[in-house]
Design a binder for this molecule. Structure first.
Ligand SMILES: Nc1ncnc2c1ncn2[C@@H]1O[C@H](COP(=O)(O)OP(=O)(O)OP(=O)(O)O)[C@@H](O)[C@H]1O
Ligand SMILES: [Mg+2]
Length: 659
């Protein structure tokens, strides 16, 4: 029994007044029979049907179906109600155009948790009962009106509902097809179903035992022809199963294939964004990695450079003259003290000299650093030697910087073995802030090699000799002391012990950490640029999605009419965008990596041609690729979510009519 009590449905009009599409109607409709609904256009017939079918909500009143008041059900409960008990047949069919005949029929069962296989089987049976045995895998747009309506009826029967609501099902059909649809509907009643049919054609329903006539939102006539009410009409069912993930995935996959062009464009948009992000950020990462690599060739990972003051700050050369605060003396006894710290393997002094060099009649300024006493520490200097050898021992000679050597001779090779003179003045040393040079000295020294590096070098012993003479003491001072740890893991502890004694310390790690801030800025800027390109591609996706919103909104309306829950629809759309985002993300990764490789290849050719060592300028850590990939999917979901969530929140009947 369908029992309606004081049912009203009013619409707020633009001018603020209320318009009653249905006004205070009450009626009891028996089940298991054919019910005809008549009335002029605009009299409220469709409104009435939508309310009975749970597609719309009343403004007031009750709709009791088998004693359940459906006006009090929650959105999800109403979805279950529609799915289990109602089959809709519309004048304009409302099939999903992108799906095939059989897929359209299967959809309600799939959303009720049936497997594709079972649903296909059942759809086939129903379709063959309605005389559709071929064309099952054809797109519905290829069908005639009569065929479309039969497919729509088959879909309405898919979940075996007890009530079929047909709103002018023959309105768009010629008389022959109309009669066929009528006979199908009448047959359903024989099987125990309740069919309520709206029509403008009185003749079609003249034999109907129960005819309701509407006028201006009110029931004006109920014509009961010799009603023969069946004893056991089908009754409401309460099955609350939901679509499972595998089926949802199949559906999503199917939808993606149905809209190839749109989804391809979306995936391309995502892949461009992802590739841009990878290329730009790899540049930032690579730049930093290269700098770190460069630094670690200058600064050993196991050494700590000790300077006379904590405030001497960061510098690449041991120039500490700008230091503030109290200066500690670095001399031979300091070396001894520091060598006693736990885990210190070795330590030695380092000095730098600034003076004038003369060779034959040419003069020029020269900056000289001392080498370490341990040759293996100087390995990076070995590799920079262009001609000759590294200075060693007490009278090891000088390894001259190539650019300086060029000032003295065009043929720098001929300089090796020659003696030059180096003069260093008296007064406070510029380079060793605690040293006082008591008198000017001129040293004669042999050139033993030429280096392509940026400094000239003398041996450790040679530098101590010079310092002793310049300072006129047996205990000369150093500009720095280099402390070598027995392992990299102890560097930090040793540095903090030395620092606690009031010395300045510098390790590779501390240098790199000082570089982190500027690099964070560079990375952020590159990331923002990459992010913008991803946002642009997201907007592109949004536009594509919005272009499709009409089709999608209809689809949402149809899915809701057949009983899909809002959450099912939302999940379906999210899954679709995740799949598209993943495809785009993978493409983006591949494109990004290929572009990076190509760029690295050409940059290397350029670097090698200008005499540099091979480098990988663009490079990223592995986790970063995963992050960018996930970010791509995230953007796809955000862009895809807006139109679909907008559609899924709509009242099903508004979604169906959306234009
Ligand atoms: N969303 C809406 N906003 C405002 N008015 C509406 C809305 N939907 C329907 N109406 C109005 O409610 C009235 C009843 O509409 P309904 O669709 O139920 O008529 P109908 O009897 O089915 O007509 P037809 O035979 O043309 O299909 C009409 O005057 C219609 O304009
Ligand atoms: Mg209507």
């Amino acid at each position: 029994m369908i029992k309606i009590e004081n049912l009203s449905r009013d619409y707020k009009l633009g001018d603020g007044t209320d318009f009653f599409a249905l006004k205070d109607i009450s009626i009891e409709i028996p089940k298991g029979i054919f019910i005809g609904v008549l009335g002029p256009s605009g009299s409220g017939k469709s409104t009435f049907m939508h309310l009975i079918g749970g597609m719309d909500r009343p403004s007031s009143g009750k709709i009791l179906i088998d004693s359940v008041d459906i006006s009090t059900l929650s959105a999800n409960e109403l979805s279950y109600f529609r799915r289990n008990n109602i089959g809709f047949v519309f004048q304009s069919f409302y099939l999903i155009e992108s799906l095939s005949v059989i897929e359209n029929v299967m959809t309600p069962a799939i959303f009720s948790g049936m497997s594709t296989r079972d649903a296909r089987q059942k759809a086939k049976e129903i379709l063959s009962e309605l005389n559709i045995t071929d064309k099952l895998d054809l797109k519905v747009s290829n069908l005639s009106g009569g065929q479309k309506q039969r497919v729509a009826i088959a879909r309405a029967l898919m979940n075996d509902p007890d009530i079929i609501l047909a709103d002018e099902p023959t309105g768009n059909l010629d008389s022959k097809n109309g009669e066929e649809v009528m006979s199908i509907l009448k047959n359903l009643v024989k099987k125990g179903k309740t069919v309520i049919m709206v029509t403008h054609n009185k003749d079609l329903i003249s034999e109907s035992p129960f005819i309701i006539s509407f006028m201006d939102g009110k029931i004006v006539d109920i014509n009961k022809n010799k009603i023969d009410i069946p004893q056991n009409p089908n009754n409401s069912k309460h099955k609350n199963r939901s679509i499972n993930f595998v089926e949802l995935f199949k559906l999503a996959k199917n939808n993606i294939f149905q809209n190839k062009l749109r989804n391809l464009l979306t995936a391309i948009g995502i892949s461009i964004g992802v590739a841009m992000l990878i290329i730009l950020l790899s540049f930032g990462f690579g730049l930093k990695a290269n700098l770190e690599k460069g630094l670690s060739s200058i600064i050993s990972t196991n050494t700590i450079t000790v300077s006379p003051s904590k405030n001497s700050g960061f510098s690449f050369s041991p120039v500490t003259a700008v230091s503030k605060g109290k200066l500690k003396i670095l001399d031979l006894s300091t070396i001894k003290t520091l060598s006693k710290i736990k885990n210190v393997k070795e330590d030695w002094g380092q000095n730098a000299f600034f003076g004038n060099m003369s060779f034959k009649h040419t003069k020029g300024a020269i900056y000289i650093e001392s080498l370490s006493p341990h040759q293996y520490i100087n390995s990076s200097i070995y590799s920079s030697i262009a001609v000759g050898k590294i200075p060693q021992g007490d009278k090891g000679g000088i390894l001259l910087q190539r650019t300086v050597a060029k000032e003295f001779s065009k043929n720098i090779n001929s300089l090796v073995g020659k003696n030059i003179k180096i003069s260093i003045g008296s007064g406070a040393s510029v380079l060793s802030p605690t040293s006082l040079y008591t008198k000017a000295q001129t040293f004669s020294i042999k050139i033993v090699g030429i280096t392509s590096g940026h400094l000239s070098y003398i041996s450790y012993n040679q530098s101590i000799l010079w310092s002793k003479l310049l300072e006129n003491t047996k205990n000369p001072k150093f500009s720095n002391i280099e402390v070598l740890s027995n392992s990299t893991s102890n560097v930090k502890t040793i540095a903090s012990i030395i620092s606690s004694k009031g010395y300045g310390t510098q390790t590779l790690e501390s240098v790199i950490s000082e570089l982190n801030t500027p690099f964070l800025i560079v990375d952020s800027i590159l990331g923002i640029i990459g992010g913008i390109s991803l946002v642009v591609s997201a907007i592109m996706i949004l536009v594509i999605m919005l272009m499709e919103i009409l089709e999608r909104t209809r689809e949402v309306g149809i899915l809701k009419a057949i009983g899909a829950k809002r959450s099912d629809i939302r999940n379906l759309f999210i899954l679709e965008t995740i799949i598209i985002g993943s495809i785009g993300g993978i493409f983006g990764l591949v494109i990004g990596i290929i572009v990076i490789d190509i760029l690295n290849y050409f940059i290397n050719i350029f670097i090698k041609s200008s005499g540099g060592a091979a480098t990988t300028l663009f490079s990223s850590p592995l986790y970063f690729y995963l992050l960018v990939f996930l970010f791509g999917i995230f953007i796809a979901v955000i862009a895809g979510l807006y139109p679909s969530s907008k559609a899924s929140k709509m009242n099903p009947i508004d979604a169906l009519r959306y234009e």
